[in-house]
Design a protein around this ligand. Sequence first.
Ligand code: NAD
Length: 512
Amino acid sequence: MPRRKSSYSQLAIVDRNGEADEPIAKKDRSLDFGGRWNYAPALEANNYIKLRDRYQLFINGRFVAPKSGEYFDSINPATEEKLAEIGSANEKDVDLAVKAARRAYKNVWSKMRGRERGKYLFRIARLIQEKARELAVLETMDGGKTIKESRDIDLPLVAAHFFYYAGWADKLEYAFPGRKAQPLGVAGQIIPWNFPLLMAAWKLAPALACGNTCVLKPAETTSSTALHLAQILQEAELPDGVVNILTGAGETGSALVNHADIDKIAFTGSTEVGKRIASATAGTKKKLTLELGGKAANIIFEDAAIDQAVEGIIAGIYFNQGHVCCAGSRLFVQESVFSNVIRKLRDRISTLRLGNPLDKNTDIGAINSRVQLDRICELVDSGLKQGAQLVQARARLPAKGFWYPPCFFTGVTASHRVAQEEVFEPVLSVMTFRTPEEAIARANNTPYGLSAGVWTDKGSKIFKIVSQLRAGVVWANTYNKFDPSSPFGGYKESGFGREGGRHGLLPYLMLS
Ligand code: NAD
């Protein structure tokens, strides 16, 4: 078995019982994946996207240069081309942003009636809808996810979150009847790179609806759409300082967490950083919510509609390059249908199209960064070293950019790293079970508890299993379905607090 390296430009492996297929001849252009005919390219236009050479920080309603004078490069992970330079905020910038947010909170936003706050949120939602196509293209160029995903999932959900929480802004007294709901003050919000604009919407919309002001820090590899959102906030004439957007890496996030005048920290990201933030805020007045990592289990019972289940598994892990906190990266299959499921999985991954994320036919886009790609390669190597068997789609990878062909492991045991660790990978670990009790025990055998999926024909079995799975969200006969009115959040090391729905208001309110 050839060893995968993050720098390889062409690879063709499909392991059948230890045998590797012949690599596809380079000149045979019709056989990119598994011998299927390819569609003609259907590229989403991006020539109208106007990127600035340099993006500044968004503080007090204006774009301002970072005090550090430092900038970092934002690159397109599908081409490794530089898109723009992004300002790097230091402690002084954080202080300016928090002061602007505090002034806006005291003088404007906390005094404004909910009905008026709601109007701003509606306006932002409508502007996002108007610019949805442009934002989707930008999200794809900046983050590497497919245009199918950013156009059909991310952007509609971003607008939906602003619309949904706009509706709550003047109804907080009905959300928690008999209790007085007051905002907390200034919220520091830190988000990851996998759903850049959607995570910003999850954080900003409920906080603003409840009357808080915000300082948001996007992830360093995906800052562009947050900065374009800042332009939308200007267009919506949101009062100065109500939302401030600071770009930068971990140090910027850490300065925000440690600022003395922050009332609440909302963090979405890795469990490792979440733990550091929990200890930094312990013993302070800061309220904290953490949305952390996951290692979701999908469970397929023998009575499930197998084709539908396999399609759900594929969509749940590969369509987003595994870059979803709730990606179903562990699959438990009842022994009696194991070989059938494996055969269908093999067939299906060989038809997935990997390539230019701006092509509307592409199923699998680029990995977000080289660091992320190296993490994936390292984890897959560990699976091979620990004795699991790899089945990987044959893929001719583009010469530039960061790519990883979809794959799955069989022969995995609970102690293998691929069954325990989350690295945000398009890598599925397939295991078996005999009884429902065993499926539950094995699915729960992880430090995480973010999400899970159950596939069965029996409604009663769904209810029985769901009530025993230690996961914040469990989908039945479907996967990765989101709606702004449904709460989302984890158990165990996947964090605490809920985002979405009425529950998503609670972290931003003081109830008396
Ligand atoms: P990460 O923890 O490395 O970074 C997340 C954010 O935290 C980034 O903006 C980063 O700059 C910032 N950061 C880094 N160090 C910091 C520090 N010391 N103090 C403050 N901020 C700091 O995570 P990532 O690699 O960007 O994202 C992937 C992780 O996010 C995965 O573990 C995934 O499961 C998780 N995630 C969870 C959810 C959820 O809802 N539970 C949603 C999306 C992603």
